[in-house]
Design a protein around this ligand. Structure first.
Ligand SMILES: *[C@@H]1O[C@H](CO)[C@@H](O)[C@H](O)[C@H]1NC(C)=O
Ligand SMILES: *[C@@H]1O[C@H](CO)[C@@H](O)[C@H](O)[C@H]1NC(C)=O
Ligand SMILES: *[C@@H]1O[C@H](CO)[C@@H](O)[C@H](O)[C@H]1NC(C)=O
Length: 267
């Protein structure tokens, strides 16, 4: 009797101990490692599997940027990282010297870091590069992503200004994200959380008051053309209609400008 209690205690102790070991093994697995891409097919699959991925194409693994790359991988857990070093993969991606490339779906863009041109390239600079260029189907607006947003070839933005703590938030974001996919390469969808520091400035830029939120704001960066829509309810149809209307307005404006130019040239 006594021994079985004791036995039970030992089993419990042992199981508990084993669990502790395995969980701590789970967290202390050693540093996060980038995936090694062996061929072009694997590289393409990796690039197509996430909204934003980063690949280090390394011809020479002895150079300092390779170790800085491995440090950066630890800093940004939400982005998948890989390394490719096979000659076939490198030539397929037109790599002739060590190159770190960010691939993103939202505007179908490959953005390279010009390693040789950046003095003292370190993990922090690389992290900033990734943070700035990490544009997604819906990109959350902050001072880092603002850089990448204004750097994209897509010059029309759609902003959803909203209170992220609102109980409707998740449902709203699902619809917003769904609509974003309909406008790939045409509009960048942005989330502006009005609770985040500094974002009240975005709100006042569009002359919006807190009582008018949530709201959509369409914005064309070259001429600052803009349009605002206050929402009671959000649906993919409402977003689509608003975006189509705005894009048509831009098109009409562009047409007018060319006609004007032709007219002036004829005079
Ligand atoms: C590519 O990297 C892997 C892992 O670091 C290494 O084992 C392999 O030898 C490298 N291949 C070439 C062609 O450098
Ligand atoms: C490599 O460069 C060629 C010629 O500029 C281009 O057609 C091709 O798409 C590039 N490959 C990749 C994977 O970007
Ligand atoms: C944001 O939403 C939360 C939850 O509904 C609310 O408590 C808070 O007052 C709102 N903040 C603003 C600035 O609207």
């Amino acid at each position: 009797m006594r021994s079985s209690i004791l036995w039970g205690f030992y089993v419990m102790f042992f199981v508990g101990y084993a669990e502790e070991v395995s969980t701590s093994e789970g967290t202390v697995k050693g540093p996060r490692k980038p995936v090694l891409l062996e061929d072009v097919a694997a590289t393409e699959a990796f690039i197509n599997a996430a909204e934003v991925v980063v690949v280090g194409f390394f011809k020479d693994s002895e150079r300092p940027e390779v170790s800085e790359f491995l440090i950066m991988v630890q800093n940004i857990p939400e982005v998948p990282f890989a390394i490719a070093n096979g000659s076939q993969v490198l030539s397929h991606y037109n790599v002739t010297r060590n190159t770190i490339s960010l691939f993103r779906m939202v505007d179908n863009k490959r953005q390279d870091v010009e390693i040789e041109d950046i003095k003292g390239l370190d993990a922090n600079k690389l992290s900033r590069f990734v943070r700035a260029n990490e544009l997604r189907w819906v990109t959350e607006y902050n001072p880092m992503t603002a850089v990448g947003l204004f750097d994209s070839v897509v010059e029309t933005h759609l902003l959803l200004l909203t209170n992220k703590s609102s109980p409707m938030h998740t449902e709203m974001m699902n619809k917003y994200r769904e609509a974003a996919k309909l406008f790939q390469g045409k509009l960048l969808f942005i989330l502006v959380d009005i609770l985040a520091k500094g974002n009240d400035r975005v709100m006042s830029y569009f002359h919006l008051k807190k009582s008018q939120l949530p709201a959509l704001a369409a914005y064309h960066t070259p001429d600052e053309e803009q349009e605002v829509l206050s929402l009671d309810d959000i649906s993919v149809e409402i977003i689509k209609e608003f975006c189509d209307g705005f894009l048509q307005k831009l098109q009409a404006k562009e047409k007018l400008k060319t006609e004007d130019k032709v007219l002036k040239e004829e005079l």
